[in-house]
Design a protein around this ligand. Structure first.
Ligand code: NAD
Ligand code: TYD
Length: 352
């Protein structure tokens, strides 16, 4: 007996696929419809283990396609939307900002308008849950943390597009009473992470003895959270979070990029049976990212105190699990790094 039909957008991407798998398996009484455009970042291989489950349906399509959204809402009585679809990589947003504004802003607004139209003021047991990022808060210096009260100060086209979508989601709550929730999470890592992002890129390059491109001096700080911990937080907020509220998600796990890359090298030397210090020789300092945010750090006290969520995994352990996954899934890695990725890599790194 189906209790809820939930639309997950971007379910073939990194976080979306972990979330989709988690919901499909944990809640057989929910029907999960995954709407994904399958951009370079979307990959149905990420969901092979659940693709035949009775409570799972995949729909290929664009969240900006209002006709398709109307059709989907006509055919299904969605009680919830968990909106993960986005263009998500800062470097790509520097090269091509319009794609980010289109999907992250217009796509989010299209979903909001369609939900408003079909829910037609009957908001009981409905929720529009928008998945966002800590990058909307801008950049910290050496001290302090982002709380839910921190003023938005996005600095990249990516973070500006996410900040804009957060504002529009909140506007629909205040103006039309649409029942929304938002969470802003720190940097995720784990299996199925597309190798344009720092951790999987370094794993891939260490494996292939290629340079490890560290931007600037490697002193920028990110607060890393294992993707399955993020998914548990989303599950908690989805079921127990208050409508209209925002929750920050993070693991109090700050690393400078250079220390992180060295830790990856250390663990991979051990796992690959390489001489101690060998992979570290691949570290190459390259031209800094334009407008590179110095430090992100999340204060997740509200989520802990109000809903009882805390991260489950220590970083070294999470990193080890992640490396093991990539080592056992070289086919996946080779597949996503062939074709288009090669052109991106040339463009992005050979100019630096
Ligand atoms: P991702 O790039 O791995 O996946 C994005 C997915 O969205 C892909 O499957 C892609 O095909 C799909 N998509 C893109 N444009 C689409 C469109 N127009 N219509 C339908 N589908 C489309 O991203 P991710 O890292 O999994 O991030 C998911 C969400 O979480 C994003 O909203 C991102 O801003 C947010 N977030 C990410 C992180 C992180 O560290 N990765 C941290 C905090 C928040
Ligand atoms: P990234 O994984 O792109 O996430 P975000 O920009 O959303 O934080 O980058 C993480 C950090 O690593 C960021 O400070 C930029 C840096 N970085 C490098 O030094 N080299 C690289 O090749 C990449 C992709 C990122």
């Amino acid at each position: 007996m189906i209790e809820h039909t939930i639309l997950i957008t971007g379910g073939a991407g990194f976080i979306g696929s972990h979330l989709t798998r988690f919901f499909v398996k944990k809640y057989p009484q929910y029907k999960i419809i995954n709407l994904d455009k399958l951009t370079y970042a979307g990959n149905l291989e990420n969901l092979r283990d659940v693709e035949n489950e009775a409570n799972y349906v995949f729909v290929k399509g664009d969240i900006c396609d209002v006709n398709l959204l109307n059709e989907l809402f006509e055919r299904n009585k969605f009680s919830a939307i968990i909106h993960c679809a986005a263009e998500s990589h800062v470097d790509r947003s520097i090269a091509d900002p319009l794609a980010f504004l289109q999907t992250n802003i217009i796509g989010t607004a299209s979903l909001l308008l369609t939900a408003k139209k079909y829910w037609n003021m009957d908001y009981s047991d409905k929720v529009f849950y928008h998945i966002s990022t800590d990058e909307v808060y801008g950049s910290l210096n050496d001290t302090g943390f982002f709380t839910e009260e921190t003023r938005y100060d996005p600095r990249s086209p990516y973070s500006a597009s996410k900040a804009s979508s957060d504002h529009i989601v909140r506007a629909f709550y205040h103006t039309y009473n649409l029942p929304i929730k938002i969470s802003n999470c720190s940097n995720n890592y784990g299996p199925f992470h597309f190798p344009e992002k720092l951790i999987p890129l370094c794993i891939h390059n260490i494996l292939n003895n290629k340079p490890l491109p560290v931007y600037g001096k490697g002193e920028n700080v990110r607060d890393w959270l294992f993707v399955e911990d993020h998914v548990r937080a989303i599950d908690t907020i989805f079921h127990k979070g208050k409508v209209g509220e925002t929750y920050n998600i993070g693991g109090h796990n700050e690393w400078t990029n250079i220390t992180l890359v060295k830790e990856l090298c250390r663990q991979m030397d051990e796992k690959l049976g390489r001489e101690k210090g060998e992979s570290k020789k691949l570290i190459t300092y390259v031209k800094d990212r334009a407008g590179h945010d110095l430090r992100y750090a999340i204060d997740a006290t509200k989520l802990k105190n109000e809903l009882g969520w805390v991260p489950s995994l220590q970083f070294e352990e999470g990193l080890s699990k992640t490396i093991d996954w990539y080592l056992s899934n070289e086919l996946w890695l080779n597949d996503v790094t062939s074709g288009q990725y090669k052109n991106y890599y040339e463009e992005q790194y050979h100019k630096r």
